[in-house]
Design a protein around this ligand. Structure first.
Ligand SMILES: Nc1ncnc2c1ncn2[C@@H]1O[C@H](COP(=O)(O)OP(=O)(O)OP(=O)(O)O)[C@@H](O)[C@H]1O
Length: 249
């Protein structure tokens, strides 16, 4: 995959201004205000803290109930063209992403949405498969792939669209250590600007800027060295409580 230069983040600021999101009248996110131009941003939070909802908002898949979200100055929910050109999202569960039965169709789909014609989309899909040494997967039925391989198909499909910002929503959930390491290596290699969401502190150690989300609010921000030890200590403290009800999120 083509690598991007290190310094293209400044024009792609992520700006949330008093963002709130309600589901069935219940606040899931409240008063989120953040601004970041960091190349690798992390969001850490426990189960149910609102991380996936934030990921969907940032990808423009849902609209905030209140407040404003701008990525590179674009309202990513209203401006679908800007969204398709700017943001890619890798979901926690490949089944939430995959639509087509075969690998090359799945990769070509997003490219067609971006406006590439059939030939150009097929050619780009092949180029991406080739760059990951997976051209032999081209006609493979996705149902025959392992969970880790499905994750890789989703990663290739998103990266084929050349997003300027990649939202990673717990991309390694449920994967074994070798598969996690391989996917993380692919992501490092493409070096796309990213916002990585996880409840697992070790996933986020190399982020430049980190936000801690708790009960739908940002409760701390800083470098991983500043935020992660406090987050870990709090998670251990909560885990040591006797009341399991608290763990339901
Ligand atoms: N569409 C929805 N319908 C009902 N409740 C929802 C919906 N979306 C989010 N919620 C609720 O909002 C809260 C936050 O959910 P969200 O999935 O964003 O959290 P999360 O931090 O990603 O959790 P996890 O780490 O468990 O994936 C949860 O209580 C969840 O039940």
């Amino acid at each position: 995959m083509q690598e991007r230069p290190e310094d293209d983040s400044a024009d792609l600021a992520i700006h949330l201004d008093e963002v709130g999101h309600e589901v069935a009248g219940r606040p899931v996110l409240s008063g989120l205000t953040l601004y970041s131009t960091a190349r690798r941003i992390g969001v850490v939070g426990r189960n149910g803290s609102g991380k996936s909802t934030l990921a969907r908002l940032l990808a423009g898949l849902i609209a905030p109930s209140s407040g404003n979200i701008r990525i590179g100055g674009h309202d990513i929910f209203r401006d679908r063209r800007a969204a398709l050109a700017t943001v890619g999202i890798l979901f926690q569960n490949p089944e939430h992403q995959i639509i087509f039965p075969r690998v090359s169709e799945e990769i070509a789909f997003g490219l067609r949405q971006q406006g590439l014609d059939k030939h150009a989309a097929a050619a780009r899909a092949e180029a991406v498969l080739h760059s990951f040494d997976k051209l032999h997967w081209k006609d493979a039925p996705i149902s025959a792939l392992s969970q880790g391989q499905k994750h890789l198909v989703c990663m290739m499909a998103v990266l084929a669209m050349r997003p300027r910002l990649l939202i990673l929503d717990e991309p390694y959930a449920g994967l074994d250590i070798p598969t996690r390491r391989q996917l993380a290596r692919y992501l490092r290699r493409v070096n796309t600007r990213s916002l990585h969401i996880s409840h697992e502190p070790s996933d986020l150690e190399d982020c430049k800027e980190l936000f801690w989300l708790d009960r739908g609010r940002i409760v701390a921000q800083g470098t991983p060295a500043e935020v992660l030890p406090r987050f870990t200590a709090e998670m251990i403290r909560l885990g040591d409580l006797d009341d399991i009800a608290d763990l339901a999120g």
